[in-house]
Each structure stands twice: as structure tokens, then as C-alpha cells.
Unconditional design. Structure first.
Length: 193
């Protein structure tokens, strides 16, 4: 094993330890707790990641890349457009339901405020993919503003509703995914008539 491979392997072990602490402590995860979980000292942890922001960025990349892959799979799978939308919303909600502390760490920790670029980058990539899908699905021109605006609105709506739901848990995940899908399919407009 080369020095670089050894360093990469050690970094993965440290990220796994950090993941365990974040799963337990969420936004309050500390470098001291992560170092203790990994069985090392804080200076060794700093040597691998620079500071907590560097560790945050590495964890954010790991989790957002995985989530984006799952969302793309859900959105591009078979079924009707409504079924694909429901499945994609449910995939997002399932992820934050299964890992609520990771979600809180990524969006509510001090590092999230200072290193918000990782999550913003993820949201931008998701919006771009969704905009391309909307444009394709509705046969819109590539530069049609509707696909970009609708994609940003959908992503923001699902993220905000998901965050609220994590806190209050006033319905099942499937019910929430259904309500959001209904809204996207015009339920609000048809209810107001």
C-alpha cells in the first residue's frame, strides 16, 4: 500500500468515526467527540481535515453525493410522471427520516453557516437536474425560464416541508410525500375553485 493509499484509507476510517458521532450528536458534534470515537487526538484529526470546516466539507460531500444519486435514480426510474415525482420526494424524506442528525449537522451546525457551499452546491446540482427533467418532460426550450424557476421552487418546498416534518412528525412520510405530490399536481388550484 502506498503512502497516499494509506492516507486515504485512514481518512475513510476517520470519516466513518465522524459519521457515527454526527448520527448521535447532530449539529452539536464536536472535534473532541470525533477524535475520541476514532481513538486519536484532536491534532491528528486536524492534520487530516485542517479544521472542523474541512471535516464538515468532507462529510457534506459524502452525504450529498449519495443523496443526489438516490434522487436521480428515483426520478429517472419507470412509471408515470406523478409516480416518479412521488417516489423522488419520498426518497428525500426517507433519507432525512433515517438520518435526522446528519441532516441537522449539514444544515444547522455552526459549520453549515460558515461552509454552506457544500449544501448549496448540492441544491444547485439538484435544481439543474430537475430543471433539465422538467424541460424534457414538458418539451420546453432549454432556456425556458419556467423549468429553472419551477425546479428551484420544488426543491425549496420539499426541503422546507421536510424540515418542518422532522420537527413535528404530524403525519407519515408517505402521507407527506402524497400531499407534496398533490400540490405539484394542482391540488391547491383545484381546491380554491
Amino acid at each position: 500500500m502506498t503512502v497516499l493509499q494509506d492516507r486515504d484509507a485512514r481518512r475513510e476510517v476517520l470519516l466513518a468515526a465522524a459519521d457515527r458521532v454526527v448520527q448521535r450528536d447532530g449539529a452539536s458534534a464536536s472535534m473532541a467527540a470525533i477524535a475520541a470515537e476514532a481513538g486519536i487526538t484532536k491534532p491528528i484529526l486536524y492534520r487530516h481535515f485542517g479544521d472542523k470546516s474541512g471535516l464538515y466539507a468532507a462529510l457534506a460531500e459524502r452525504h450529498t453525493d449519495s443523496l443526489l444519486d438516490a434522487l436521480v435514480d428515483a426520478l429517472t426510474g419507470g412509471g408515470t410522471p406523478r409516480e416518479r415525482v412521488h417516489r423522488t420526494i419520498d426518497t428525500y424524506l426517507a433519507t432525512i427520516e433515517q438520518q435526522p442528525q446528519v441532516y441537522r449537522f449539514l444544515v444547522q451546525s455552526e459549520e453549515a453557516a460558515s461552509a454552506h457551499g457544500q449544501v448549496r452546491g448540492f441544491l444547485r446540482r439538484l435544481q439543474e437536474l430537475l430543471a433539465a427533467g422538467i424541460a424534457h418532460e414538458l418539451a420546453l426550450e432549454a432556456e425556458d425560464l419556467r423549468s429553472f424557476v419551477w425546479a428551484a421552487g420544488i426543491v425549496g418546498m420539499v426541503q422546507s416541508a421536510g424540515e418542518r416534518w422532522l420537527e413535528v412528525q404530524d403525519c407519515s412520510r408517505d402521507a407527506l410525500a402524497g400531499l407534496l405530490t398533490d400540490l405539484l399536481w394542482g391540488a391547491y388550484g383545484s381546491s380554491a375553485d
